[in-house]
Design a protein around this ligand. Structure first.
Ligand SMILES: Nc1ncnc2c1ncn2[C@@H]1O[C@H](COP(=O)(O)OP(=O)(O)OP(=O)(O)O)[C@@H](O)[C@H]1O
Length: 307
């Protein structure tokens, strides 16, 4: 990797004698969107909490923007912004006051707090709401304010733990527009956990963690190529001939349904094209479906991405 902003080497996290994170290593490229996926209890939060200095770890080396998280917690904190699932805005304070408090935590001078508040609220289109009570905002607006707040100290990396869970589809799409804008315009690296397949699809790279170990790490397209073959369904008027052809081309298949449908794994498109051409007079119906990240996830973890 040319310019990793996050480096995790051999991270081990234990709760008593139970190893929740078991020698996990990965890197995140600066300016990218990195997806961290895994079933419940896989070790995602334990890893993220260690990276965000929220909790300690037994062994390993974690660096963020070159700073050793174990040695310089304040340095690491100054580089990261964090938005977790549960809203942590103070509902009885205005949007401005919530941002102000965050600036104070980070020891920012008052003038800078005012200037940054304006800037970050504009980034998420919430300027008109700055005097509103945080508790009176909709779920999507609260999330936008939380993102704005996490950016007050201009972090290099934004950790988003299921940032759009519980939001309606339109608000989710809007949130993603803001997140992508941040990445493009501010060069912020996004470290994301999600249970939504379309959000995982946006990531430059994805790590899948299961039972405390990284079990896959690659781009969505490479993962699909490796773990989720495209599938073709062919209804044939001459099943015997089709089976012979499938065997000749070395293609895996299963007979699906009562209508003479065959479900075929497409490892390589050229073989499928040849088979179609050879069998075309007997094909009643045909459908090709692309492998999805959910297929990848299912293949690797045995579970559905939505749990
Ligand atoms: N404080 C704790 N004490 C004991 N065991 C814990 C503690 N926190 C987490 N664990 C265990 O460590 C394992 C990893 O938990 P972790 O919360 O990191 O998983 P996760 O992938 O974030 O899961 P989820 O998606 O459900 O949040 C789980 O088996 C969990 O039960």
């Amino acid at each position: 990797m040319t310019d990793p902003i996050i480096v995790v080497k051999d991270l081990v996290k234990r709760y008593g004698s139970f190893t929740a994170v078991d020698h996990v290593s990965f890197e995140v490229e600066r300016g990218s969107i990195f997806g961290f996926l895994g079933p419940n209890g896989a070790g995602k939060s334990s890893t993220i909490h260690a990276l965000c200095t929220i909790s300690g770890y037994a062994s390993g080396v974690l660096t963020i923007d070159g700073i050793d998280v174990g040695r310089d917690k304040d340095g690491a904190r100054s580089r990261i912004g964090v938005v977790f699932q549960d809203c942590t805005l103070d509902p009885k304070m205005t949007v401005d006051e919530n941002l102000h408090m965050h600036g104070c935590f980070y020891g920012m001078p008052k003038a800078l707090i005012r200037e940054r508040s304006r800037f970050v609220l504009e980034l998420v289109d919430m300027t008109d709401w700055r005097k509103a009570m945080a508790g009176s905002l909709s779920g999507g607006m609260k999330r936008r304010v939380e993102i704005a707040r996490s950016l007050m100290h201009m972090p290099q990396v934004l950790f988003l733990d299921e940032p759009t869970t519980g939001l309606d589809p339109r608000t989710r799409a809007e949130m993603w527009a803001y997140i992508d804008k941040l990445r493009r315009e501010r060069g912020i690296t996004v470290f994301l956990t999600t249970h939504y397949m379309d959000e995982a699809e946006i990531c430059n790279r994805i790590a899948i963690i299961d039972k405390g170990k990284i079990v896959a790490l690659d781009s969505p397209s490479s993962l699909k190529k490796r773990y989720a073959a495209d599938k073709a369904t062919i209804a044939s008027r001459d099943p015997e001939a089709l089976e012979k052809l499938l065997e000749r081309h070395g293609m895996s298949y299963a007979s699906a349904g009562a209508d003479g449908d065959y479900l075929i794994q497409v490892e390589d498109q050229a073989s499928l094209m040849e088979l179609i051409s050879e069998h075309r007079t007997s094909i009643g119906r045909m459908e090709v479906s692309r492998g999805t990240l959910n297929d990848v996830y299912l293949e690797i973890t045995g579970k559905d991405i939505r749990g």
